[in-house]
Design a protein around this ligand. Sequence first.
Ligand code: ATP
Length: 260
Amino acid sequence: MTLTAANLVRRANGRPLVDGVSLTAEPGECLAIVGPNGSGKTTLISMFAGLRLPHAGRVTLNGTPLHRLDRRSVARQIALVEQHAETGERLSVREVVDLGRIPHLGPLSPRGARDEAVVDRALVAVGMADMAGRSWHSLSGGERQRAHIARALAQEPQILILDEPTNHLDIEHQLAILALVTALDATIIVALHDLNHAAMFADRVAVMERGRLVAIGRPADVLTAERISAVFKVQATIEPTETGRGFIRFTAPSRPATWG
Ligand SMILES: Nc1ncnc2c1ncn2[C@@H]1O[C@H](COP(=O)(O)OP(=O)(O)OP(=O)(O)O)[C@@H](O)[C@H]1O
């Protein structure tokens, strides 16, 4: 399953938020999207998932434009974990995860034992089996994020798109979730703020800056000290690692921001 973006443009108030981005997520790869705040990662991801339409260019799934596919068939193939997803307050955790099965159900394929088993497995995978009966509104931010990831897993997508999936998680769960999703037999597109996580887990890294794709390639080739300085405006040194991916050590700013 190949997802391709060709010359994507999305504007707001005449200003381009995503400006001529072309890239292909190769089957089975983990593609991390990094970039400063406001560089267009969420806007790009929402077009990949068919949530927003591009103003120019197009997204294709195995060659078919996404907008020509019905939502149900897109949802059977692409799952999205949004950054600020909300869910009806009265649902239990299990009911939230169960929503992931909806694209697979129909008059000829009613809910069955396999659907229950997939939901069970998704809850176990994110470490929430013992919270399945809890009400959604009682969850912490990180627990909600893990439940949303479980919902996406229950969708059994061939392409899993995640927008900063670790931003509410403690370090144990950050690493566990990234290891979990990158081990899936699926294409993973993940927006990340932590450049070391991108370096550790991604096959390729795409760097966004002011709506444009300014670099894409293997982590060691893309996340260089020069590019980090140019795009993120911070100084860093890259320390070699056994994996060859490199560890990024950041330097504290010499002139920190002041207040007052
Ligand atoms: N509806 C909108 N109207 C006007 N500007 C918008 C709208 N939606 C997003 N933007 C702007 O578009 C730019 C890109 O936003 P986007 O959320 O895609 O960036 P991001 O890289 O995901 O940022 P962050 O790292 O902060 O999550 C930002 O400057 C944002 O303020």
